[in-house]
Design a protein around this ligand. Structure first.
Ligand SMILES: *Cc1c(COP(=O)(O)O)cnc(C)c1O
Length: 454
């Protein structure tokens, strides 16, 4: 079979199904709240409604009890949740916080809002999350916390990371935005560390357009989080808070309307995780033995939420650059109409430290705060800082968002067929000497390149 990129017939022409996330249950829940006429139950002062009203509290208690978290605290985005977490654990100007550079940017920028200085450690190329050895190498007397990300839905090496945190008395924030309901060696992620949470934005497993949920087993951290969520300055006296540092609040409150929808979405999470697992394991089977591609190895007791399906590409084996391989696979499949029908993308995100905020060390104001808080230390973020991440970004990582609701095993089989076809005909592709293309074709650019939905 001739490759489609060289003029042959493609593996599939029919569009992949869109994701449809809202059903009759969500619609009924939304109408119930509209009928009640109470779209938010929060009051910005101590008292019965300081922590919201019925829908918000029902969501929080359902989530907490389902996974055995002592506290669940809804927020209007997980970006806000990360800021709340940074404030609650007591990050203050000049504190160093170890973060991975291969994640959504808010994981590290949230620390900057409290004057924390992100220090980037490299990742383990099989888990795609922080490498414990690299964390240890970055610890200084100024280190205060570690932010762990369970990237693509697979848990980080929490046993090793918690051991390091205990040894150096560091706080641990878990960014589990991509990993709701995931188990690490039998334990639900989110509150293995001190505090953590989940995103409910449009692209995540379950969503309410925007939203987030913070979890912790620590009563003090829960109270401090609630204060930051909702104008804490009005409530510290009533709640007898002695250490008022970092308790000035914002308005990160979740609405009743969103919470009612989230509660219905939450009921669907177990089925979603099971479905994604079936698709992920099927792809593993299909792709495992192909030369030049490496699937993610799973350990017993840990689960994968398959926010995306990751693959590692080896140009030395296949003999063409990743971007040429990617274009050849895409040519075999229907043209994406939006992110959810993009079959494959490369690179994920640029290592965060290469962004201007770190290169110029300009975050809050123009004088260099907080990078100038430790006058003896010159913070620098040179290229080469995290070689594993740079290699994954530039050459090795491929990601598919097709492991999701709405996709059947036969849809995913077409995707596997396309990959298999390109690998089997890699000699033709090599001989064709196609241009490597300019820059990295990532999922975000893929959306810009294609027609947006009506
Ligand atoms: C989505 C995401 C966030 C941000 O969540 P929002 O709810 O969009 O603010 C943070 N970290 C990671 C790893 C994410 O995937």
């Amino acid at each position: 079979m001739k490759l489609a990129i060289l003029g042959g017939d493609p593996v599939r022409r029919k569009d992949f199904p869109n994701r449809v996330s809202m059903g009759p249950e969500e619609k009924a829940a939304a109408l119930r709240v509209l009928d009640s006429d109470v779209l938010s139950g929060f009051v910005g002062a101590a008292g019965e409604f300081f922590n919201g009203a019925k829908e918000v509290r029902d969501l929080e208690s359902a989530w907490a009890s389902r996974y055995g978290f002592k506290h669940a605290i809804s927020v209007n985005s997980w970006t806000a949740g990360l800021q709340v977490a940074a404030g609650a654990i007591g990050i203050e100007p000049g504190d160093e916080v170890i973060c991975p550079p291969y994640t959504m940017s808010a994981t590290s920028t949230a620390m900057l809002f409290y004057g924390g200085i992100p220090i980037f450690a490299d990742i383990d190329p099989t888990r795609y999350s922080l490498d414990p050895a690299s964390i240890e190498a970055r610890i200084t007397p100024r280190t205060r916390a570690i932010v762990v990300v369970h990237l693509f839905g697979y848990p980080a090496d929490m046993d090793s990371i918690m051991a390091i945190a205990r040894k150096h008395r560091l706080k641990v924030i878990e960014d589990a935005a991509q990993a709701p309901g995931v188990l690490y060696r039998g334990q639900p992620v989110g509150a293995i560390g001190d505090i953590g949470g989940f995103s409910l934005n449009f692209h995540k497993h379950i969503h309410t357009g925007e939203g987030g949920l913070l979890v912790t087993n620590d009563d003090q951290l829960a109270l401090r989080s609630q204060l930051i969520r909702n104008h804490g300055e009005n409530a510290t006296e009533a709640y007898g808070v002695e250490d008022i540092s970092n308790t000035i609040g914002s308005n990160y409150r979740f609405t009743e309307l969103q919470a009612a929808i989230a509660s219905e979405q939450f009921k669907k999470l177990p089925a979603m995780l099971e479905h994604r697992k079936q698709l992920g394991l099927y792809l593993d089977q299909r792709l495992e033995s192909l030369p030049g591609l490496t699937i993610q190895k799973l350990e017993p007791g840990s689960t994968h939420a398959y926010y995306m399906y990751p693959l590692r590409y080896d140009e030395n084996v296949l003999g063409v650059p990743r971007s040429v391989f990617l274009r050849a696979v895409l040519a075999e499949l229907p043209r994406p109409r939006y992110w959810d029908t993009t079959p494959l993308a490369e690179g994920y995100v640029k290592p965060l430290y290469l962004n201007p905020v770190y290169q110029q060390r300009i975050a809050i104001g123009r004088k260099g705060f907080p990078f100038n808080m430790n006058p003896d230390v010159a913070y620098e973020y040179p290229k080469g800082l995290c070689p594993v991440v740079e290699r994954l970004y530039e050459k090795e990582l491929l990601l598919s968002p097709l492991v999701r609701e709405g996709m059947s095993k036969s849809d995913v089989a077409d995707f596997a067929d396309a990959i298999e076809k390109v690998v089997s005909n890699i000699g033709e592709l090599r001989d064709a000497k196609l241009e490597a293309g300019t820059g990295v074709y990532d999922a975000v650019k893929a959306i810009d390149d294609y027609v947006k939905p009506e």
